[in-house]
Every structure is written in structure tokens, then in C-alpha cells.
Design a protein around this ligand. Structure first.
Ligand code: ADP
Ligand code: MG
Length: 267
């Protein structure tokens, strides 16, 4: 059964898309079968995967609103060697159209049900708000990966996100949990960043990934090259950091599987 991870934070510019694209590529490099879903009308994850968002035959709009079959919407094997559900400005309308339909928060979950077993991981790049698209992502997901910059107001934003996740847990998705909190664009010379990082670890313990994503210009340049950073400059600190993150995600997933098996056996 594939694991569905929503990459979410209602704040823009914290590294969601960079994380979704590069985690997808790094996991794909370990021979796992990966699907990346771009749910942001900005289509940055689509472009960053080497797919022209204006040339795609379909986007998540067709998947969610028109309920077109997955096989007609998916772009196979992008530059990062993962499959992609694209997004572009058409997706803005999905937000409004979904408000009119029955069980509107379940559309993505329903669309993925027939294919979830074809993938090891499905990574969802969420838009920078807690809107119906993000709610769809969190309803479909097993867990949420939260990228954050270690800035002064970051912890406040995190509280709002945690509240939303716990509301969703009680209403539509009882199994949803935090996959991990990822420190992005990290500069260890910045004292405030270090302070916020310490607070984060005190508050969230081992939910905070040990891997830290440094500020690295190669990560910012790679999208204009239309590829994940490991295909642009594989020796960069950014490429290495995302490979390390993929390793941590894989180890955590194996551990969860083992714990679940033991729990099932003891019943
Ligand atoms: P979000 O999806 O949360 O809005 P992005 O992933 O698009 O955030 O990142 C915002 C901007 O910061 C982009 O221009 C991106 O290239 C850049 N960026 C993201 N992570 C890093 C990093 N670790 N080092 C340098 N630039 C980064
Ligand atoms: Mg983004």
C-alpha cells in the first residue's frame, strides 16, 4: 500500500514545492515508484519537474472536478523519473467548483483509491493556504510533512496548521498524523534560526527531522533548468540534503510498518 504524504504549510515561500519535487526525485532514485501531485494553481512543481504547465493535456482540475480517470490525467515519468499530476491556473477554478459538489473533501481520496497500490509513495504539493484543495490533500493523505523556515513567526503559523490537522483528524481522516517537520533554508550562522530550531525540537521532539535543508542557490536555480536539483547539480549541498531526507523518510516508514505489524500480532 503506497504511503500518501501531503507537503503543507499555509505560509508561502517556506520550501513546500522545493521539498515535494526533490523528495519525489530522491525517493525515485532509490527505485521506489513515486507519484507527485501538484495541487497549487501556480504550477511550480509541474514546471520544476520539467513539464510545461501550459502544454499538459489535463491537470488535477480534470481529476477532481470532472472526475476524469487517473490514467487520462497522469504525466508519466518526468525528468525526475516519477509520475506527475500537473497543475496550472485552471486549478484556481477547482477551488470554487468543488464547493458545489457532494463530499467535496473526498474527491482526491476517491480519485487515488484505484492507483494507490501502484506507488510506493504519493507526494502532494499543497497550495499556500488551508483551502479546499489542501483539505482534499489532507483527507487523502496518511500524513503531513511540514516544511518551515526557522523565523520568529514560524511557530505561530505552525500552531494554526496543527489545529487544522487535529480538526481534520476528528472529522474526515482519523488516521492523519504529522510525518515530520522539516527545517528549510537553514543558515546555522543565524542566531534566531538556532533559537527557533531549539524551541521546535523541545516542542515537537522526534517529529523534527534530523536532516536540515540548508540555504543553497542550486535549489533555487534547478526549477529554471526544469529538473530536480539532483539532475542539475548532484554534488550540491541541496541535492545531498534531500537525499538524506529521503533516507530518513524511508527509515521512518519501515519503522512504522514494523510497529504496526507487531501491534497487529499482539491483538
Ligand atoms: P513554497 O512552495 O512553500 O511557496 P518554494 O519551494 O517555492 O516555497 O520556495 C520559495 C523560494 O525559495 C523559491 O524561489 C525556491 O527556489 C527558493 N528555495 C526553496 N528552498 C530553498 C533553499 N533551501 N535554498 C535556497 N532557496 C530555496
Ligand atoms: Mg509552492
Amino acid at each position: 500500500m503506497g504511503k500518501i504524504i501531503a507537503v503543507a504549510n499555509q505560509k508561502g515561500g517556506v520550501g513546500k514545492t522545493t521539498t515535494a519535487v526533490n523528495l519525489a526525485a530522491s525517493l525515485a532514485a532509490t527505485k521506489r515508484k513515486i507519484l507527485l501531485i501538484d495541487l497549487d494553481p501556480q504550477g511550480n512543481a509541474t514546471m520544476g519537474s520539467g513539464i510545461d504547465k501550459y502544454e499538459v493535456p489535463a491537470t488535477c482540475y480534470e481529476l477532481l472536478v470532472e472526475e476524469k480517470p487517473f490514467e487520462q490525467v497522469v504525466c508519466k515519468e518526468t525528468t525526475g523519473l516519477y509520475d506527475l499530476i500537473a497543475a496550472n491556473t485552471d486549478v484556481t477554478a477547482a477551488e470554487i467548483k468543488l464547493m458545489e459538489v457532494y463530499a467535496r473533501e473526498q474527491r482526491l481520496k476517491k480519485a487515488l483509491a484505484p492507483v494507490v497500490n501502484q506507488y510506493d509513495f504519493i507526494i502532494i504539493d499543497c497550495p499556500p493556504s488551508l483551502n479546499m484543495l489542501t483539505v482534499n490533500a489532507m483527507t487523502a493523505a496518511d500524513s503531513v510533512l511540514v516544511p518551515m523556515q526557522c523565523e520568529y513567526y514560524a511557530l505561530e503559523g505552525l500552531t494554526a496548521l496543527m489545529d487544522t490537522i487535529s480538526q481534520l483528524t476528528s472529522v474526515v481522516n482519523g488516521n492523519l498524523h504529522i510525518e515530520g517537520i522539516l527545517r528549510t533554508m537553514y543558515d546555522p550562522r543565524n542566531r534566531l534560526a538556532n533559537d527557533v530550531s531549539e524551541q521546535l525540537k523541545r516542542h515537537f521532539g522526534d517529529k523534527v527531522y534530523r536532516t536540515v535543508i540548508p540555504r543553497n542557490v542550486r535549489l533555487a536555480e534547478a526549477p529554471s533548468f526544469g529538473a530536480p536539483v539532483m539532475y542539475y547539480d548532484k554534488s550540491s549541498t541541496g541535492a545531498k540534503a534531500y537525499l538524506a531526507l529521503a533516507g530518513e523518510v524511508l527509515r521512518k516508514t519501515e519503522k512504522q510498518k514494523k510497529n504496526k505489524k507487531e501491534a497487529d500480532l499482539s491483538i
